[in-house]
Write a protein that binds this ligand. Structure first.
Ligand SMILES: [Zn+2]
Length: 118
């Protein structure tokens, strides 16, 4: 997928009842139709937005790395506070601090349902 306005390839796709919504990392948004509306998109089984749906491809890759890391050492992650966890990920897994913080913020907003998907 690519943004027609800025050629950005980091794009998220959200299935809404009315249409499919796209958003590029630079904030451009556009809509496309489902097959029954004359478009090319299959309707999903559910319109529930999962955390993976709102992560850009690079964030999704980072999220997978974090999950993999957590699965290696689950007791550390359940007994540590968020600051310790972030520090651990940065130091031991060589993950980018700024990107980790941004990802965690997005996950927190999602969990608190404060993220706008309208
Ligand atoms: Zn764009």
């Amino acid at each position: 997928m690519i943004c027609k306005e800025c050629n950005e390839i980091e794009v998220i796709k959200i299935y809404k009842k009315e249409h499919v919504k796209f958003k590029c990392k630079n904030g451009h948004e556009w809509y496309e139709h489902y097959i029954d509306q004359g478009g090319i998109h299959q309707r999903p089984k559910s319109y529930k937005v999962k955390i993976e749906d709102i992560l850009f491809p690079s964030e999704k890759a980072l999220y997978k790395k974090v999950l993999r890391e957590i699965s290696k050492n689950p007791s550390f992650y359940t007994s540590s506070n968020p600051t310790e966890i972030v520090q651990h990920l940065i130091n031991n897994c060589k993950l980018d601090k700024e990107k980790i913080y941004k990802l965690f913020k997005k996950i927190t907003l999602y969990n608190e349902k404060k993220i706008s998907i309208e």
